[in-house]
Design a protein around this ligand. Sequence first.
Ligand code: KIV
Length: 266
Amino acid sequence: MPAKITISKLRKMKQNGDKIVMLTAYDASFAQVLDQQLVDVILVGDSLGMVMQGHESTVPVTMDDMVYHTKMVSPACHHSLILGDLPFMSYTSTMDAIKNASRLMQEGGAHMVKLEGGESQIENVTQLSRHGVPVCAHLGLQPQSVHKLGGYFVQGRDQKTADKMLDDALVLQDAGADMVLLECVPVTLADKITQALDVPTIGIGAGRVCDGQVLVLQDMLGISTKAPSFSQDFLTGQTGGIAGAVAAYIEGVKSQTFPSDEQCFF
Ligand code: KIV
């Protein structure tokens, strides 16, 4: 099996133009399949609130839920880097961010943590980074704020919000973020941010221009009841089962045939 993925390897992949492949997993069985197929990063996402727990949003997910599922995933992984989500209200103070990131890493086995938000997260990212915690920032659509936003919408369509998102990405990188996830962002803006940053961007509904792609596993296996328009069912119609679907997704991301123009926002 090729060497374990590290944050320096991810940065090198960006420099070499080698696309980064990320998928979510929440349990050992699926994590093992993803790891064996050499998915670069496994995200234990708070999307588990929807796909595992049946909620309408990620808001009900607790820190204990995240630790539990990260713990289920990490022993199955020998290659993939494990990224754990800090859930809603678990990083409202820097002390909480540090305490909860350390739970994800020490109890759960995560190698990196993800938090949603722009400028408001500078202090958290700075302190996490100073304490040796790799951080992935999450910009664009931030699902933990769904009730404030009033729904799941594309973000950064007008000049002002687009400029703000680019500024946020740059200040978060300066604060120590090692990766930036862009959710539901128009392709031209995702491109600008990707080119402006030294650290990799990972897109979901943000186009092929990003340095990598992520999907929710259940969406790409076609078993979600409400899969978003930017996702794709990689399982139906191919013969290799779940491992084959994951391999097809990897090939789609690496060859830049996924996402197609129809799966992007302009
Ligand atoms: O929780 C999650 O799975 C995520 C993805 C939607 C990127 O944050």
